[in-house]
Design a protein around this ligand. Structure first.
Ligand code: BGP
Length: 487
């Protein structure tokens, strides 16, 4: 009686499962513009200049004063999505998007973050945006906080350093869930929560200097975000029992530079903090033991209130959303290596990998590795909500844009995603970052373009905001029509 049993009925002949959520992703501050329209308050993003100086703002400690008028503030106009949204959604629908990830600007809903009543005009804008998506059968996927907060909260409370932000954020979530809960099923709390170690100004609302892994303010602020995120999960489940609410992390495998055990341990220790500290708390519901040791050895005490840990344990996320742009390579520091590496996170140059024009290493295999690692750790559904190539696009005299480099980047990453599904990863969907050209988060410029859709808006502020399709537009449309089989 030696009957052969199939272990599962998985279909290895298909690249992607049925119901895979295909789409694109953006963030409010990078596309909307209209930075003071309809009572919107100023946000952190509104005071970030474009150009080289922006990185200094993001990476150095400085007071939160609005810069002199000699600088440009690209987010103030973005790509004027605030008035072009119907045209943009129609183009997404033409490509066959099944979902669209966008973020809500906190300061459109609560201009200072502290009002008792929300701003109706802000809510009305997102009502129309969501209804426009639903008109085409596009599932809205909402990021509640994507690299911006009301500037007032940053100035008055030093952003997430202060516990006050938890209840203000809870009130903001409450308003969103009440107003949009009948139409929005997919939510995520904080964009790239682990970016706190790289660009705290954007994600936490204050800037730092020195080593962020040893900075108590970062850990305290993250603790407040963890609690706020759990409260959001709790509230979401009360108000929308059918909803799916996730965390959102930057995913990047950390390769050891060599097989020297010193390199291996070094890469492993950095990877644990970068990749898994925040998601361990949000997915497993508790601080991992390695962080307790890290905090102890660095003399860092976090102020934790009674009830916080129980809350974290009880209200964990349903899925893990992630961005993937590059892998990182780490080498035990001897003092001689060039640690600059093109990737903003950390590490040394990987000699096996090509880079983008901005020095970001291109590594589709790293996506497969990352998805496997994260899935094996948590066994929760994963959702790639950002991936793409920032590049300079050239418009031909006839108006066409042949972005074969983008097609090739996306092709290789989608193949890697599909391989990970065959490996057993439960992948819910894929939303390409910057499906329409937008203001880059790190450069504040338009010239670092990601989109399938070109927007005539240039770094010097000129341009008509006219939209046009790049070659990748039709390519992605075919990918979606065939559920990835055309790859
Ligand atoms: C992620 C952010 C996005 C986005 C993307 C690309 O970190 O969540 O907001 O901008 O990176 O980065 P950049 O715009 O700097 O090329």
């Amino acid at each position: 009686n030696n009957t052969k049993l199939r272990i599962s009925d998985r279909d290895f002949s298909k690249r992607f499962p049925k119901n895979f959520l295909w789409g694109g992703a953006t963030a409010a501050n990078q596309i909307e513009g209209a930075y003071l329209t309809d009572n919107k308050g100023l946000t952190i993003a509104d005071i970030l200049p474009g150009g080289k100086i922006r990185l200094e703002w993001l990476m150095e400690e400085r007071p939160l004063e609005i810069l002199a008028d000699t600088h440009t503030y690209p987010n103030h106009v973005g790509i004027d999505h605030y008035t072009h949204y119907k045209e943009d959604i129609a183009l997404f629908a033409e490509m066959g998007f099944q979902c669209y990830r966008f973020s809500i600007s906190w300061a459109r809903i609560f201009p200072t973050g502290e009002e008792q009543q929300p701003n109706e005009a802000g809510l009305a804008f997102y009502d129309s945006l969501i209804d426009e998506m639903l008109k085409y059968g596009i599932e809205p996927v909402v990021t509640i906080s994507h690299f911006e907060m009301p500037l007032h909260l940053a100035k008055k409370y030093k952003g997430w350093q202060s516990r006050e932000l938890i209840s203000l954020f809870e009130r903001y979530c409450d308003v969103l869930f009440t107003r949009f809960g009948d139409r929005v099923k997919y939510w995520m709390t904080f964009n790239e929560i682990n970016s706190a170690f790289m660009m705290p100004l954007m994600s936490l609302g204050f800037s730092t200097s020195g080593n962020n892994f040893q900075n108590p303010k970062i850990f305290q602020a993250l603790h407040h975000q963890f609690v706020a995120s759990s409260l959001a999960v709790k509230l979401a489940k009360q108000k929308m029992p059918e909803c799916q609410i996730g965390c959102m992390m930057i995913a990047a495998p950390f390769y050891p530079y060599s097989c020297d055990p010193k390199d291996i341990l070094y890469a492993y220790e950095i990877e644990r903090i970068w990749n898994y500290f925040c998601s361990d708390v949000q997915v497993r519901g508790k601080y991992p033991a390695f962080i307790e040791r890290h905090l102890f050895e660095n003399g860092i005490d976090i102020d934790i209130k009674p009830g916080d840990l129980a809350l974290l344990a009880e209200h964990t996320v349903d899925y893990i959303a992630l961005s993937y742009y590059n892998s990182c390579t780490e080498k035990y520091p001897t003092g001689n290596e060039n640690r600059v590496g093109g990737n903003m996170m950390s590490g040394v140059e990987n000699p096996y990998l090509p880079t983008s024009e901005w020095g970001w290493e291109i590594d589709p295999t790293g996506l497969r590795v990352s998805l496997n690692q994260i899935y094996n750790r948590y066994e929760k559904p994963l959702f790639i909500v950002e991936n793409g190539l920032g590049a300079v696009d050239t418009v031909n005299p006839d108006g066409s844009i042949e972005d074969d480099y983008r097609i090739s980047y996306l092709h290789s990453h989608l193949i890697a995603a599909s391989e990970s599904i065959k490996d057993g990863v439960d992948l819910m969907g894929y939303t390409m970052w910057g499906c329409i050209d937008l203001v880059s988060a790190s450069t504040g410029q338009m010239s670092k373009r990601y989109g399938f859709i070109y927007v005539d808006k240039q770094d010097d502020g000129t341009g008509t905001f006219a939209r046009s399709k790049k070659k990748s537009f039709d390519w992605y449309k075919t990918v979606l029509q065939t559920n990835g089989e055309s790859l």
